[in-house]
Design a protein around this ligand. Structure first.
Ligand code: B12
Length: 215
């Protein structure tokens, strides 16, 4: 029998995915709270094993967002159109409330700031790489981490999952053989990260990325 956090996550996914919020990863709030400074902790309603859902997006959001913008849908704000679109998608799915919930947006400043990349790693959604970019096993680094939703029910149990590391040491070694390639390997820029992801694809050690994901 499915536990209730699974059905909650499934119901929310069914409402978020058609709007382009296609990365929703459940986690136990304690996994994250034990790993970050107090200033970045998430609310847990007094139960450390509460359910959290790490919500992000791939490029799937863009056609849906543009449709909403062209239709002048209510709730969209000219100054922050994408952020307001995400808010107008996430919040109605939590109504009517079946459980208490809290929402933290990526753009929330301290004291509500969440270390979204660490959370993506801890929840198993995307590997936090040395380039300081979160790298998804399928979508590469071109993902955005928009929201963390906390819900007052028991979340997943056990230890946190380890996200797959899409950057294998073999392509890194190959990059070092290319003149100047070692600079890419050591660089902390997003560009070097894409180069390494592209090498991983070429070496057949990475799930295929669309050309627009690795260019
Ligand atoms: C503040 C902020 C910025 C600031 C400062 C970033 C920084 N150096 O700390 C500015 C405006 C400069 C910025 C720029 C960018 N950002 Co920014 N940013 C954030 C934000 C809102 C908070 C980061 C934070 O304070 N975390 C809390 C602290 C406590 O976490 P931390 O684990 O200690 O530190 C993390 C980050 O600070 C970062 N970091 C820390 N030191 C350094 C140093 C360098 C060189 C870099 C690149 C990152 C970095 O990596 C750490 C690991 O998680 C996050 C969203 C979020 N809430 O997490 C997005 C976020 C990290 N940014 C993001 C992106 C995409 C960018 C840009 C690439 C945007 C762009 N297209 O230019 C650039 C990259 C700039 C660069 N030099 O490469 C994405 C990353 C997505 C991913 N796949 O990983 C996030 C998650 C936003 C999102 N909605 O998805 N960002």
């Amino acid at each position: 029998m499915r536990s209730s956090w699974q059905s909650v996550v499934e119901d929310l996914r069914a409402r978020w995915i058609p709007a382009g919020l296609d990365l929703a990863q459940p986690f136990q709030v304690a996994w994250y709270n034990c790993a970050v400074a107090d200033a970045c902790r998430l609310p847990d309603f007094g139960r450390s094993s509460a359910l959290g859902i790490r919500v992000g997006k791939t490029r799937a959001i863009w056609p849906r967002f543009l449709d909403a913008w062209r239709e002048n849908r209510p709730g969209l704000d000219e100054r922050h159109p994408l952020e307001s679109y995400v808010e107008a998608t996430v919040l109605p799915a939590l109504e009517p409330p079946s459980h208490r919930s809290e929402v933290r947006w990526a753009q929330d400043p301290p004291p509500r700031r969440v270390a979204m990349q660490r959370l993506a790693h801890i929840s198993g959604l995307a590997y936090l790489s040395q380039s300081h970019l979160s790298v998804h096993a399928t979508y590469g680094p071109r993902i955005a981490l928009r929201v963390a939703v906390e819900i007052d029910i028991e979340g997943p149990s056990g230890p946190p999952p380890e996200p797959p590391n899409p950057l294998s040491p073999v392509p890194i070694a190959r990059a070092a053989e290319v003149p100047g390639g070692d600079r890419h390997v050591r660089s902390d820029t997003a560009r070097s990260h894409r180069d390494r992801a592209a090498l991983a694809v070429l070496a057949g050690q990475h799930p295929p990325l669309g050309p627009d994901l690795v260019r």
